[in-house]
Design a protein around this ligand. Sequence first.
Ligand code: MG
Length: 452
Amino acid sequence: MGRLFGTNGVRGVANRELTVELVTRLAASIGAYFGGSVAVGRDGRTTSPMFRDAAVCGLISVGCSVHDAGMLPTPALQHAVRSNGLSAGIMITASHNPPEFNGLKVIASDGVEASRGQEAEIEEIYFGGGPELSPWDGIGTVHRLEALEAYQEAIISHVGVKRIREAGLKVAIDPGNGVAALSAPGIARALAGEVFTVNVDVDGRFPNRVSEPRPDNLGGLQALVRASGADLGVAYDGDGDRSIFVDELGEVHWGDRSFALLAREFIRKNPGERVASPVNSSRALGEVVSGVGGSVVWTQVGSVVVSRRMVEEGIPFGGEENGGIMYGPHLQVRDGSMALALIMEVMAETGKPLSQLFGELPQYSQLKDRVSCPEELKEAVLEALRGRVDAPRVETIDGVKLIYDDESWVLFRPSGTEPIFRIYAEAESPERVEALVEEYKTLIESVVESLR
Ligand code: MG
């Protein structure tokens, strides 16, 4: 992990870790690295206009031509970068973080977040001599970029509009006061019979619910689904790349279930294809994908890793357990509005209620936990753990994943952003999954203690 870039771009508390000076210099470094025409977009946070202006200043100071796309979801900016043939993009957003945070996501010319290698080269410019500034007659110019309409049209072009419209679906949408409010309702209106919304005013203070859609904070959407008789509900994170679905009974289904459902439908239409997923996704994904003749390419945890792998190996579908759906024919990135269109298409084509579609998927007990571990000990702890664990199958794609004969598994890996080890486990029964987490939590704690 770099000194500025974390798992997903650069993040920090505005005016504390993330300052106008930092953003200006970083944007100039990004501009110096990519050159040419760079799109800039922002989410609805109160500090985003300030950081957008800082990014624009940094970019034109190194001679880049800036295309200011204004306020829009991250995947809409990603689409704009690729479809307009721009050399890069900078999205001012802290995704689902609390309102005091902000950050930058850097987008390469293919519309996908910059690779770890590109991030490292940008950091080298930033921490080295700094970007070379343009002479007075070489500074860049700023243009407006209208991106939202083309983005929505692109999404709609990937689904069977007529058939979905005929189904007359009723859709409830909760953007959580984030920028998905600018795209998801419009896409739903083009496809649905009726659209209902809650928390639809963009408000960077996130006054109504935490910006990360979680089963425990979607009460508003669940109530809206039940009251309106909607066929489905969808909730978004702050920048609109992640989506979590609610069925017609008001039940929340976690992201690995919508991922598995859409992956299954994708493979049915594209026989023998592959799906990319981080190693912490449910085994249900592997089962449903192989059940229809596809296969899963397991990757390290992190959406950028999955997206980059899709690009490199031509894998057409990907996702993450937290509600990030990547539909390659559109863009190899997480896109919550694309996910909504795809779910509506599955419902229209099968004629089945969403609760039934989710009910067809295998369901297992899952548990996550964490153990504190100082940053400087992470490598040594992981090394020591490798020597002390054993299971019928051991995978080391990311951290260590132990898979037992009953197909239950436990995965532990050092977090890329916090001084902790993350533990994930899955099994047939809650008792088994609890026992697994307890066993490895105790082991990791004792190893951390012994190395202190
Ligand atoms: Mg996000």
